[in-house]
Design a protein around this ligand. Structure first.
Ligand code: NAD
Ligand code: UGA
Length: 441
């Protein structure tokens, strides 16, 4: 199948390479020539485990091309829209300018029978508008939200938990014949993963768009729930990690996404819950999602609490104190620093007078671009040398395995803040460290 992928960021680059590995002929298009040059040279433009190998694999086949020229999509039968939908400046709503620009640019190249597949995360109602815009071309829109996690993007793209297709429906509630024909084409694209028995939910546009933001809202709520429990643990001397283990044994609750700490960041969860609230407001259903405002507040409070904790261990003031922040990415195994809790805390401490040095195995380049005023070190030892307090902010495996004695030899004061609840408190305390964490005694 000839396929185009419009937008080659964290989602689209992996999608393009993955579709190539499934045997399709793929052209990936992006307006960012730096990303395209890297991809065209077979290099991943960001850190994503497994992506370099996937790009190598498809480079050998010659089936995947990357270009900035949108005209290259002509002749493809299926076009995936993977452009960004960031939060609008100063508003909760999603900025759909990139989606509209991408579809506008696609229009002249579409043929009757082509399928346009929406993968970007959009407010419900967007697909219906885009479908109307596409109608004169004879192309059909399917809304096919993406559920990949950064760090696991290759596996999640090739072996997702589920596929969701939102098809155009006629007034009486059944998919239109064009919708069914488009579905058959998309089934062909995903034939290999579908043959593994991965569940496929076929529904209408509105449901497909809602599924995506509902899933992210649920995940965000789960994290904020455990972080709210962490606040209670702090007030009572209880331990949120044991609490999470104990409630997580109940299969109805489950232990995943119950890790208390600095909370959620990234290019998706924060902006998606806000865009969902904004859209609910437009639909007159804002009450239904008022709890998400609390989810957001709990999440943001954790960052403030972490700065307070740093102040506490430094006997009331961080002014002039040297703070080492381990981690800049919003989560391990990614170089993505969008709305990174680690950088947000680092910047707040710097603003409050601390001398902050940040390190990260992969995200320093992006972090420096986003926060040029922060100081960075390429190594843990460089960051912690002379530190009055060390903050573990992103739980990279190398930080989980740090040796308290080795670190203790270079810091000024043995004080560690475990922002992700991943260190063994007893081990660090035995080595003479003051160990503090969110939601733990
Ligand atoms: P990103 O910023 O990494 O990538 C978006 C890309 O689109 C950029 O490279 C940008 O240059 C490009 N672009 C913008 N306008 C364009 C145009 N007119 N033509 C061609 N390219 C254009 O963002 P992302 O993280 O890949 O997210 C993309 C979408 O996917 C968002 O809606 C996001 O919510 C959703 N999503 C992302 C993930 C994830 O893990 N990153 C997972 C699921 C869904
Ligand atoms: C999230 C979803 O998990 C994906 O399913 C979705 O496709 C994606 O958003 C998206 O829409 O873009 P991702 O942003 O890659 O994926 O990262 P997650 O693993 O969900 O982590 C999000 C944030 O929550 C991170 O900052 C992480 O540190 C934090 N987190 C996660 C916690 O604080 N506690 C947890 O228990 C789990």
């Amino acid at each position: 199948m000839r396929i185009s992928v419009i937008g080659c960021g964290y989602l689209g680059a992996v999608h393009a390479a993955a579709m190539g590995s499934l045997g399709h002929d793929v052209v990936g298009v992006d307006v960012n020539s730096i990303k395209i040059d890297a991809l065209a040279a077979g290099c991943a433009p960001f850190y994503e485990p497994g992506l370099p190998e996937l790009l190598d694999e498809v480079a050998d086949t010659g089936r995947v091309r990357f270009t900035t020229d949108i005209a290259a999509v002509a002749g493809a039968a299926v076009h995936f829209v993977c452009v960004g939908t960031p939060q609008k400046r100063g508003e909760f709503g999603a900025d759909l300018a990139y989606v509209h620009a991408a579809v506008d640019q696609l229009l002249p190249h579409l043929q009757p029978g082509d399928v346009v597949v929406g993968k970007s995360t959009v407010p419900v109602g967007t697909a219906e508008q885009l479908a109307e815009q596409l109608a004169p071309t004879g192309a059909t829109l399917i809304w096919n939200p993406e559920f990949l996690r950064e760090g696991f993007a290759v596996k999640d793209t090739l072996h997702p938990d589920r596929f969701v297709y939102g098809l155009p429906h006629a007034e009486h509630g059944v998919p239109t014949p064009e919708g069914l024909a488009a579905k058959a084409l998309l089934d062909e694209v995903y034939a290999t993963p579908l043959s593994e028995g991965i569940p496929l939910v076929v529904t209408d546009y509105a449901t497909a768009q809602l599924v995506k933001v509902a899933a992210n809202s649920f995940l965000a709520t789960k994290i904020s729930f455990i972080n709210a429990m962490a606040e209670l643990c702090e007030a009572t001397g209880a331990d949120v990690t044991s609490l999470a283990d104990a409630i997580g044994h109940d299969e109805r609750i489950g232990r995943r996404f119950l890790n208390a700490g600095l909370g959620f960041g990234g290019g998706c969860l924060p902006k998606d819950i806000r865009a969902f609230m904004a859209r609910a407001g437009e639909l007159g259903a804002d009450q239904a999602l008022s709890f998400l405002r609390e989810v957001d507040s709990i999440n943001m409070r954790r960052r403030v609490r972490m700065v307070d904790l740093a102040r506490e261990v430094c006997h009331g003031s961080i002014v002039g104190r040297r703070v080492a922040v381990l981690g800049a990415a919003f989560k391990p195994d990614s170089d993505d620093v969008r709305d990174s809790p680690a950088l947000s805390v680092a910047a707040q401490m710097q603003l409050q007078g601390a001398h902050v040095t940040v390190t990260d195995p992969q995200a320093i380049g992006n972090a420096r671009a986003a926060w040029p005023s922060l100081k960075f070190s390429d190594t843990v030892m460089g960051a912690v040398a002379g530190a009055d307090v060390v903050l573990l902010a992103t739980e990279w495996s190398e930080y989980r395995e740090l040796d308290p004695d080795e670190l203790g030899a270079v810091v000024a004061e043995r004080r560690i803040l475990d922002g992700r609840n991943v260190l063994d408190p007893a081990r660090w305390r035995t080595a003479g460290w003051t160990y503090r964490a969110l939601g733990r005694p």
